[in-house]
Design a protein around this ligand. Structure first.
Ligand code: SAM
Length: 204
């Protein structure tokens, strides 16, 4: 099945609150965004944001330039339905993170549980090339993936698990790790999933 068909089917089958990755409040991401010092007026993109409530919380914190990219139009519909009128203040982009159709740069790039689906080295290279094209020279990013010891599949697809050093190595030269943290995420049915988060600053 094509990637997009897979994800449209996932986002049609269940309510967003029933997805394993659902968080009513993405507290770790919000904490890292806060600690990064990024201005609320700076362009911010949530890669594979799906129906994440991150945008709701960033809007509450005064962010004014928010973009959500997702491969699934159905996921973006779900998020827009939840946000109601506030959805009009967000830019919604349907596209693949390995070749996103952005025509601009961002000051902040956030990815929770998308990079870990990139099993093929060529896809990771394309994703990281897109990151370099679309992140400001002094921009910052958060990548969060399943940590070592976490599940080896997500939504029925295989994933790669990373610790903080491995994520920093993947992002490569010209970027400096700022901080990292682990979170044991609790799924809606009480399962535990260890996540690794890194906050990284572009330095060259
Ligand atoms: C595990 S969910 C995580 C959703 C969200 N980031 C969160 O933390 O709640 C993965 C999301 O990424 C999207 N996705 C998967 N592969 C993608 C890709 N190659 N490009 C863009 N979005 C992708 C899916 O549709 C889904 O919304």
């Amino acid at each position: 099945m094509a990637k997009q068909d897979h994800w449209d089917a996932v986002w049609t089958a269940k309510e967003p609150t029933g997805m394993s990755w659902y968080q009513p409040e993405p507290a770790v991401s919000l904490g890292l965004v806060g600690s990064s010092g990024v201005s609320p007026s700076a362009p911010f993109v949530d890669i594979g944001g799906g129906a994440s409530t991150l945008v709701d919380h960033l809007l509450e914190r005064g962010h004014t330039d928010l973009t959500v990219l997702d491969i699934s139009a159905r996921a973006l519909d779900r998020a827009r339905e939840r946000l109601g009128a506030d959805a009009d203040t967000v830019t919604w982009v349907e596209g693949d993170a390995v070749d996103p159709p952005f025509r601009r740069r961002f000051a902040f790039w956030h990815d929770r549980a998308v990079f870990h689906f990139l099993i093929e080295a060529a896809d990771r290279a394309a994703y990281l090339a897109a990151l370099r094209r679309h992140l400001d020279p002094d921009g910052q990013l958060i990548i969060a993936t399943f940590a070592p010891g976490g599940p080896d599949t997500c939504s029925g697809l295989p994933v790669r698990r990373y610790d903080a050093d491995a994520l920093a190595d993947e992002v490569g030269s010209g970027f400096e790790p700022v901080t990292e943290t682990r979170e044991v995420h609790t799924t809606p049915w009480g399962g535990e999933q260890p996540f690794q988060y890194v906050l990284i600053r572009r330095s060259g």
